[in-house]
Design a protein around this ligand. Structure first.
Ligand code: SAH
Length: 218
């Protein structure tokens, strides 16, 4: 059967109620969130919940972040159309799509091959052509295309990985949840003239960043 529901009303409501009302002001972020069909990043069984105010499972024990969290993190990046962005934790690819609408090029890393493959298919089908994908340990960054104007990590880290600080461009911004495996504080790191400035913003909950500069799992 053909899927007729396009969810555009639900999406409009999500943006108005969960994002604009809670104080997100960046017009480009708001427009991007109105455009990207979030339900296409979620398995059929959960699709009717795609525009609700919480994270959802995307398989392999991982989650697609709450829409508001995607908006907050994206706004904090202060993206410009010419920027190159590194994303750690592709997951469903939803945050990747938002980034790709707002900047020149996104490099995204996911440690689980099955999730990366699904994200590649979705984003190709939607017509995105400015995304580079890699399966690997994003706690080490992706040195080949560094430096990055912006870096976003969508998994919780025990500390800010040195590799990411190194790969951040001057005048760059990095957003990353840092804390325990169960809850974290969102950190904003800025680099000016080679110096690092760090702000702790608010509490949040992400799945753990696993890897060499993340949490270690045997
Ligand atoms: N932004 C994603 C959220 C994904 S959840 C979305 O909107 O769907 C975080 C993701 O980070 C998971 O898919 C997990 O597998 C991945 N991850 C955890 N540690 C990682 C690492 N070291 N490198 C790359 N990806 C990692």
């Amino acid at each position: 059967m053909i899927e007729l529901k396009d969810y555009s009303y639900d999406r409009e409501q999500m943006v108005e109620q969960q994002i604009v009302k809670r104080g997100i002001k960046d017009k480009r972020v708001i427009e991007a969130m109105k455009k990207v069909p979030r339900h296409l990043f979620i398995d059929k069984v959960y699709q009717h919940q795609a525009y609700k105010d919480y994270p959802l499972p995307v398989g392999k024990g991982q989650t697609i972040s709450q829409p508001y969290m995607v908006a907050v993190m994206t706004e904090l990046l202060e993206l410009k159309p010419e920027h190159t962005v590194l994303e750690v934790g592709t997951g469903s690819g939803y945050q990747t799509a938002i980034l790709a609408l707002l900047c020149a090029k996104v490099y995204t890393i996911e440690r689980i091959a099955g999730l990366k493959e699904k994200a590649v298919q979705r984003l190709n089908r939607l017509g995105f052509r400015n995304i580079g994908f890699m399966v690997g340990d994003g706690s080490l960054g992706w040195p080949q295309f560094a430096p990055y104007d912006r870096i976003i990590v969508t998994a919780g880290a025990p500390k800010i990985p040195d590799a990411l600080i190194k790969q951040l461009a001057d005048n760059g911004r990095l957003v990353i949840p840092v804390g325990t495996e169960f809850y974290q504080t969102l950190n904003l790191v800025e680099k000016y003239k080679g110096r690092i400035y760090r702000k702790e913003l608010f509490e949040c909950t992400f799945v753990p960043l696993l890897g060499k500069e993340g949490w270690h799992k045997d």
